[in-house]
Design a protein around this ligand. Structure first.
Ligand code: NDP
Length: 332
């Protein structure tokens, strides 16, 4: 089987030379283990951080070691009770064709209930991030005005729709192309959308939300965050989910210059990690699963095919070439 290894630590934007596709022997499962033929790999923004040699909430990828990440696949050999050959599982050893997984670290998924790739996106980690960040962290209430950045991506497209389904009065999204902005309004039901590459964010946000916003879901950081702080009304909340604008910077990004507003307006800016909120998993599956079945929630996936294309898919996602969840398909 083939696997992607990190060959060098990128400085700034990664280049293909920072990665190596390596052929390795297909392993045999030991007691309690399963061998999984991966069918879909997830490529996610947080993986860029793991390419740096810095301590963070997840350890860095090792040099000349396989990278990992979310994946779904089919069990092709098993030494684990209850996980027979043919079972489909979600696990954390992506970036490779064959994964040797401790069965205790794999979750069985049902390919009849949803397409397998959905377990990486709309019904998986990114969907859960949208749900947790909007409802628990930002505590969005019906009647509020919500702004989400990175709005055409996996997390952002779901944030905007959940906000509407939960009674938001007005939902505004920003994205990096006119085509994505049209999708936000026409497909996902956002009330307004703007292309952040065209005019300054602060100006476009003020035009889209002349009376301000109550909630900001931040996927981007930088000037988006500063503009949102200025737009937040009394008792406004921001869920800080990610700051992708800075993931490939070589210098620390400038901080928002308007933090003084937090005091008088009683604002809350709160960071979160989706992995801390497993207690909401059942609610998430019930609600989001229901909306999907009823056709009330729509989602896109950008599927790139072939293990040899996984790095290109990852880099393309960082550049904004995806709409909705970016995944890599490894057909058998
Ligand atoms: P997306 O599907 O949103 O893909 C990334 C998108 O980021 C691109 O499509 C691109 O869209 C946008 N982007 C890239 N560079 C910039 C930039 N300089 N300024 C603005 N937008 C940019 O990824 P995810 O939905 O998986 O992740 C979204 C965010 O959520 C990330 O910040 C990620 O790190 C974070 N996250 C946090 C989690 C947590 O637990 N806290 C869990 C999961 C994700 P465009 O064309 O619009 O520029």
């Amino acid at each position: 089987g083939r696997e992607w290894q990190l060959a060098a630590r990128p400085h700034g934007w990664p280049t293909p030379a920072d990665f190596a596709l390596v052929e390795t022997p297909v392993p045999e499962p030991g007691p309690g283990q399963i061998l999984v033929r991966n069918l879909f790999l997830s490529v996610d923004p947080y993986m860029r951080g793991r390419m740096n040699d810095v301590k963070s909430y997840m350890p860095p990828f090792g040099l000349d070691r396989p990278m990992d990440g979310g994946a779904v696949g089919r069990v092709v050999a098993s030494q684990a009770d209850g996980v027979p050959v043919g079972t489909h599982v979600l696990h954390g050893l992506g970036w490779r064709e064959y994964a040797l997984v401790d069965a205790a670290k794999a979750a069985v998924v049902d390919p009849a209930a949803a397409p397998l790739s959905a377990y990486l996106g709309v019904l998986g980690m990114t969907g859960m991030t949208a749900y947790v960040g909007l409802l628990r962290i930002a505590e969005m209430a019906p009647g509020e005005t919500v702004f989400v950045s990175g709005a055409a991506g996996a997390v952002g497209s779901q944030v905007g729709q959940i906000a509407k389904l939960k009674g938001a009065a007005r939902v505004i999204g920003s994205a990096g192309s006119d085509e994505k902005c049209a999708q936000l309004v026409e497909e996902y039901g956002f009330d307004a959308a703007f292309n952040y590459k065209k005019e300054p964010v602060a100006q476009q946000l003020a035009a889209a939300a002349p009376d301000g916003i109550d909630v900001y879901f931040d996927n981007v950081g930088g000037d988006h965050l500063e503009a949102a702080i200025s737009a937040l009304r009394l008792n406004g909340r921001a869920a800080l989910c990610g700051s992708i604008a800075a993931y490939n910077s070589t210098e620390p990004p400038p901080g928002p210059r308007n933090l003084g507003l937090l005091v008088g307006r009683r604002l809350t800016l709160r960071g979160f990690m989706v992995g801390d909120h497993h207690d909401l998993q059942d609610d998430f599956v019930r609600e989001v699963g229901g909306w999907l079945r009823d056709g009330q929630l729509r989602y896109r996936e950008t599927v790139t095919t072939g293990i040899d294309q996984a790095v290109a898919a990852f880099l393309g996602m960082l550049r904004g070439e995806n709409s909705g969840k970016a995944v890599v398909a490894l057909p058998e």
